[in-house]
Design a protein around this ligand. Structure first.
Ligand SMILES: [Zn+2]
Length: 355
C-alpha cells in the first residue's frame, strides 16, 4: 500500500466497478473552474480569487524561478496579533519507502509514444478552460499511478495501464480526459473542505483562534492560520529546506503568501472586482477555514506566485519545492488543489489518517 493512497484514492476508489460508477457520476458536478473548485452549483466556490500580490522585481537576474525577494508590502493597518500557543510535537508520518527504480524502458511502446505526443499538445479543458498538454499535471499523475518514470516513457504508460486496469477503466496506458477526470475527482474528494462544501459553505475559523505569521514564514504581508495548520506548515517547510539545498537557497521559497481570508473581505473584493463566479453565487474560499495556505513554489520572472497563467503553473511544477511537496506534503497533512500548484490545505493530523 503506497502511503499516498489517502491523498489520491480515498480507499474506496481502489475497489470495483460500483465505486467507479459513483466517481464518474460525480465528475461532472465536481469539475472545478480555473479559479479553484466550483462545488455544488450554484452556491459554493472553493476559493476566491487570491489577494493581489506584488510582482517580484524583474530587472535583476533571478534564480531560475521565484528567486528574487518581493518588495516590502505595507499593510494599511496592522492585523491583530493573537498570542495563541502553537501545539508542540507536530505529528508527521514517516517518509514513504522509496519506490523501486523501475526499468522505464519496459512497457507499452505505442502508449508511450502517444503520451509523448500528447504531453505538450493535448487539446482539452480539465478545469473548464482550454489547455494544451498535460505536462503540468504529470507529477501528480505520476504520484497517483505510483511511478518514478518520466511521462513519455513506456514505464509510465505501464503504470497508468495498471492503474486503469485496477479500476476497471478503459485501459490503454494513455493520459486522456477520461482517466484524468477520475483521478481529479478523487483528488477533490480528498479535500474535506470540498466534501463539506457540497452541503453549504463551511464556517470560517473563529478569529480569536488564529495566530499570526511573520518574519521567515511569510512572503510579504502578515498572514494568519489556525495553530495546528501553522505548526504543520512550519515543520514541513523546515524539513523541505533541510532535505534540499536548492529549496533552502531561496529564502522566499515555501513562504506563505495567503493564509486565512476573512469571508466578508473576500466577498467584498469579488463584488468589487466583478469576479464572484456568477451573481447568484456566494463566494466560499477554503482560506476562510484558517487551514489553507498559498505557498511560494516559484514563478516565471515577472509573474506572481499565484499567477494561473499556464506557463507559470508549468514552471512551478518543475521546481524542487513543488516536487518535494508533491512527494512529501501528505505526511504533514497537506493536500494540493491540482490546478494551483501553490494552494495547499491542511486536512488532519497525519496519525489520524493511517498509513
Ligand atoms: Zn489558495
Amino acid at each position: 500500500m503506497r502511503r499516498h493512497h489517502w491523498i489520491g484514492g480515498l480507499g474506496v476508489l481502489a475497489g470495483g466497478a460500483a465505486a467507479v460508477v459513483v466517481i464518474v457520476r460525480l465528475t461532472g458536478a465536481l469539475s472545478p473552474p480555473p479559479n479553484e473548485a466550483l462545488i455544488a452549483p450554484p452556491v459554493v466556490v472553493v476559493e476566491a480569487p487570491p489577494m493581489p500580490l506584488p510582482l517580484p522585481p524583474v530587472a535583476e537576474p533571478q534564480a531560475p524561478l521565484g528567486g528574487a525577494a518581493p518588495q516590502a508590502i505595507v499593510e494599511p493597518e496592522a492585523e491583530p496579533v493573537v498570542a495563541a500557543a502553537l501545539p508542540q510535537g507536530v505529528p508527521v508520518l514517516a517518509p514513504a519507502p522509496r519506490l523501486p527504480t523501475p526499468d522505464c524502458g519496459q512497457g507499452p511502446k505505442q502508449a508511450a509514444a502517444a503520451n509523448a505526443a500528447s504531453l505538450r499538445t493535448l487539446a482539452w479543458g480539465p478545469f473548464h478552460r482550454p489547455e494544451t498538454g498535460w505536462e503540468v499535471y504529470a507529477p501528480r499523475i505520476a504520484l497517483e499511478i505510483g511511478t518514478a518514470c518520466a511521462p513519455d516513457t513506456p514505464g509510465f504508460a505501464a503504470a497508468l495501464l495498471a492503474w486503469e486496469q485496477g479500476r476497471k477503466l478503459p485501459a490503454d496506458g494513455q493520459v486522456d480526459a477520461g482517466a484524468f477526470n477520475v483521478m481529479n475527482t478523487a483528488w477533490l474528494l480528498a479535500r474535506p473542505f470540498v466534501v463539506a462544501s457540497q452541503k453549504g459553505c463551511p464556517p470560517a475559523a473563529p478569529p480569536g483562534q488564529l495566530v499570526q505569521l511573520t518574519g521567515a514564514d511569510i512572503y510579504g504581508k502578515p498572514e494568519r492560520l489556525l495553530p495546528a495548520a501553522l505548526a504543520a506548515y512550519r515543520r514541513m517547510a523546515a524539513d523541505a529546506r533541510a532535505a534540499d539545498s536548492a529549496i533552502a537557497a531561496d529564502k522566499k521559497m515555501l513562504t506563505v503568501f495567503s493564509g486565512y481570508r476573512d469571508p466578508a473581505a473576500d466577498a467584498a473584493r469579488c463584488a468589487k472586482d466583478n469576479n464572484c463566479q456568477g451573481a447568484v453565487r456566494t463566494i466560499c474560499s477554503a482560506h476562510r477555514t484558517g487551514l489553507a495556505v498559498d505557498l511560494v513554489v516559484g514563478n516565471v520572472p515577472g509573474m506572481r506566485p499565484d499567477s494561473s497563467d499556464d506557463a507559470n503553473r508549468l514552471a512551478q511544477t518543475k521546481t524542487p519545492a513543488y516536487r518535494w511537496l508533491i512527494a512529501n506534503a501528505g505526511r504533514y497533512g497537506f493536500v494540493n488543489y491540482t490546478f494551483e500548484p501553490w494552494h495547499w490545505e491542511w486536512i488532519a493530523p497525519p496519525e489520524a489518517l493511517g498509513p
